[in-house]
Design a protein around this ligand. Structure first.
Ligand code: C2O
Ligand code: CU
Length: 505
């Protein structure tokens, strides 16, 4: 359904024609080229870019290389729909929770307090940190009501991430326990403005409250989808303004339990410049961008729509397509506006976006180990159980009660290239997520993939489809992998690998 075209050039003129200059060398080192080749701490970094509409959680550590924040999970009421208060579980009482931001290489300290009436644990989705701080319930018990935990880690990769509950995720993420986390490049590319859109859908009853959680039926088969789309915690489109000619960076996060979003930009032109694992060397145009649950994309958006200046000025818009599948096999589009930015004035000096000189690990390692994972499920006496290679994953609520540890499904050695082929034989789709590592998407249904460049930690596996990803397991530790449809993960579509440090080889 998505019509994506890969543009193989580093310097992108953001014209509607999408033309690029093929002769432009990619490594010319021009000032402000957005590359992040400078080693941590060598360059005095400028101010962290401001993200429109988001006030980051207050950093109370004076050290510029340390971000130290307090974070409380608690029950509160928020206005998801205009005029209706909905009871939620939320970080700092807000949906989404507060933005945490840092620069690559910074130390992040989070003093977490659980003021909910249920145990909970925070997972830092996508960060390649130590497994002891990952918030994996296989390794650590969720924190009991009233208790605290001090998270501390160094953020190794710039990019757009998020954090969310990882215990009883079906309920806890749906009830609002999710939030954005941005790791800025030390020398970020220049933009006129930066924005962030955290997308979700929620099912609200006629009383405006989050409805009961079903334990069988389509909510389990497909995952729970909502009846209200949310952008930055509201059913109302983000309203604002932009200037003709401006270049903006938009970060998009899909925090829904199950729904895949299909986003479009109207009234301007847009390129994908970053994926889960940060900026990519080969930005590409798109008509409609598929964003599966858990995934993130960074866009460079040029406010370049032609329009007349007297009254009929266009709007720069982010929309989501919620396709309706008809019985006769046709698909209808339903477009929902997520952001509407009025054109107000124009800017003369145009910033050109230049992709950084990122070198991705080779996708053709001669020596790669091959592994296959089959995502499946069945009705059992105990209800629906999902499986990976026939096993139902355990450990959603903490390590075994006897004080031992669960065995990982397999051990790999750090740096070992492994091609993982994931296929599914149940349900429409499965966003497959691996903690603590990045991978590249190399094949779909046996054919090489050329239009999903960049590093990812979530890949969408279609119901009867197959995807092959390649990882180098660069981060040692014990790492969960699971379907990011919370209902599937919670009911067993989950496993764990251990990556041994290279020196133990
Ligand atoms: Cu975003 Cu294991 O999760
Ligand atoms: Cu799934």
């Amino acid at each position: 359904m998505s019509m994506r075209r890969l543009i193989l050039c580093a310097v992108i003129q953001m014209s509607l024609a999408g033309a690029c200059s093929p002769s432009q060398p990619s490594g010319d080192g021009a000032a402000g080229d957005g590359s992040d080749v400078v080693a941590d701490g060598e360059v005095p970094a400028g101010p962290i870019p401001t993200i429109e509409g988001f006030t980051p959680l207050e950093d109370h550590n004076p050290d510029p290389r340390v971000v130290e924040v307090d974070l409380e999970a608690r029950s509160s009421e928020v206005e998801l729909r205009p005029g209706v208060m909905t009871r939620v579980w939320a970080y700092e009482g807000r949906v989404p929770g507060p933005l945490i931001q840092a620069r690559v290489g910074d130390r992040v300290i989070v003093h977490f307090k659980n003021s909910l009436l249920a145990p909970t644990i925070v997972h830092w989705h996508g960060l390649r940190i130590t497994d002891q701080m990952d918030g994996s319930p296989r390794l650590m018990h969720p924190f009991l009501p009233g208790t605290t935990f001090r998270y501390e880690f160094v953020v190794p990769d710039p990019g757009t991430y998020w954090y969310h509950a990882h215990s009883d995720s079906t309920q806890q993420i749906e009830r609002g326990l999710y939030a954005p986390l941005v790791v800025h490049e030390r020398n970020p590319p220049r933009f006129d403005r930066e924005r962030l859109f955290v997308l979700d859908d929620v099912r609200l009853g006629s009383d405006g409250q989050i409805g009961a959680f079903n334990t069988s039926g389509p909510d389990i088969g497909r995952g729970r989808t909502g009846n209200v789309l949310l952008v930055n915690g509201s059913s109302r489109a983000v309203a604002g303004s932009t200037q003709r000619g401006a270049l903006e960076r938009w970060r998009i996060i899909n925090a829904a339990n199950a729904r895949t979003m299909y986003v479009r930009v109207r009234g301007g032109s847009a390129l994908v410049i970053g994926t889960d694992g940060g900026l990519i060397p080969t930005p590409y145009e798109f008509h409609e961008l598929e964003v599966a649950a858990g995934q993130r994309y960074d866009l460079a958006v040029r406010a370049d729509a032609a329009g007349d200046d007297d009254g009929g000025a266009p709007v720069l818009e982010l929309v989501n397509n919620v396709p309706v599948f008809r019985a006769d096999g046709t698909v209808d589009e339903q477009l929902f506006s997520l952001a509407q930015l009025r054109y107000e004035g124009a800017v003369v000096s145009r910033i050109e976006y230049t992709a950084p000189r990122v070198t991705l690990p080779s996708i053709e390692p001669a020596s790669a180990t091959e592994r296959t994972l089959l995502l499946s499920g069945a009705n059992t006496d105990a209800g629906v159980q999902f499986t990976i290679n026939g096993r139902t994953g355990v450990g959603h609520h903490g390590p075994p009660a006897d004080g031992g540890m669960y065995e990982p499904d397999e051990r790999f050695v750090q740096g070992q290239p492994v091609r993982i082929t994931v296929s599914a034989n149940v349900s429409p789709e499965h966003p497959f997520h691996l903690h603590g590592q990045f991978f590249q998407v190399v094949e779909r249904d046996g054919f090489p993939v050329v239009d999903e460049p960049g590093l990812k930690d979530v890949v969408l596996v279609r119901g009867r489809g197959t995807v092959t990803v390649l990882t180098y397991f660069e981060n040692p530790g014990r790492w969960m992998y699971h379907c990011h449809i919370s209902e599937h993960g919670d009911l067993g579509m989950m496993g764990e690998w251990e990556v041994l440090p290279a020196m133990m080889r």
